[in-house]
Design a protein around this ligand. Structure first.
Ligand SMILES: CC(C)(COP(=O)(O)OP(=O)(O)OC[C@H]1O[C@@H](n2cnc3c(N)ncnc32)[C@H](O)[C@@H]1OP(=O)(O)O)[C@@H](O)C(=O)NCCC(=O)NCCS
Length: 141
């Protein structure tokens, strides 16, 4: 991902999340040197991921698939690449948070070896107040 991808990324982000990241958040992730990847076909962005890694810990911060491309295996493909990137960065564990209501993502994470290790109460903004996050971890060793 580069700054030139952010218009396409934001078009997806704003369609799939009720509380999307801002363009500035993506820009800051790029500037900080996080692992930001886009997955393209015919020069169109189909999916993207953002991961940070430091001191043996990696954090998956964003995993997103274009709304018309969901359910075709792309999310699993990208997640497997993120796991590989985290290993390449010498992380022992890959962590992530997910909305408790996001059953599709939870199933994907569990099927890729993530374990639920905790819950953060009121972690996300929601339509009526706040929503809890489940915390997942995947050992990489
Ligand atoms: C969650 C997301 C990344 C999954 O990517 P995807 O390409 O749609 O998912 P895949 O086709 O790779 O499917 C992976 C698994 O997810 C689950 N899944 C996918 N679509 C599903 C559906 N419609 N109903 C139930 N489970 C589903 C299944 O467990 C599936 O595994 P299977 O095909 O072996 O049954 C994608 O749907 C997305 O971007 N959603 C909106 C943003 C989001 O929620 N991101 C994650 C935030 S933590």
């Amino acid at each position: 991902m580069t700054d030139s991808d952010l218009t396409a990324v934001m078009l997806i982000e704003e369609q799939i999340y009720p509380h999307p990241w801002s363009r500035k958040i993506f820009h800051d992730c790029l500037r900080t040197g996080y692992e930001c990847r886009v997955y393209e076909a015919s020069h169109s962005v189909l999916a993207y991921s953002v991961m940070s890694a430091a001191a043996g810990e990696a954090h998956l911060l964003n995993l997103s698939v274009h709304p018309q491309q969901q359910g075709k295996g792309l999310g699993r493909f990208v997640l497997q690449r993120v796991i590989r990137q985290a290993r390449e960065q010498s992380a022992d564990t890959l962590f992530l948070e997910v909305r408790i209501s996001n059953h599709i993502a939870c199933r994907l994470y569990e099927s890729e070896g993530f374990n639920e290790i905790g819950q953060r109460f009121g972690y996300y903004p929601a339509k009526n107040g706040r929503e809890d996050a489940l915390v997942f971890a995947r050992p990489l060793l």
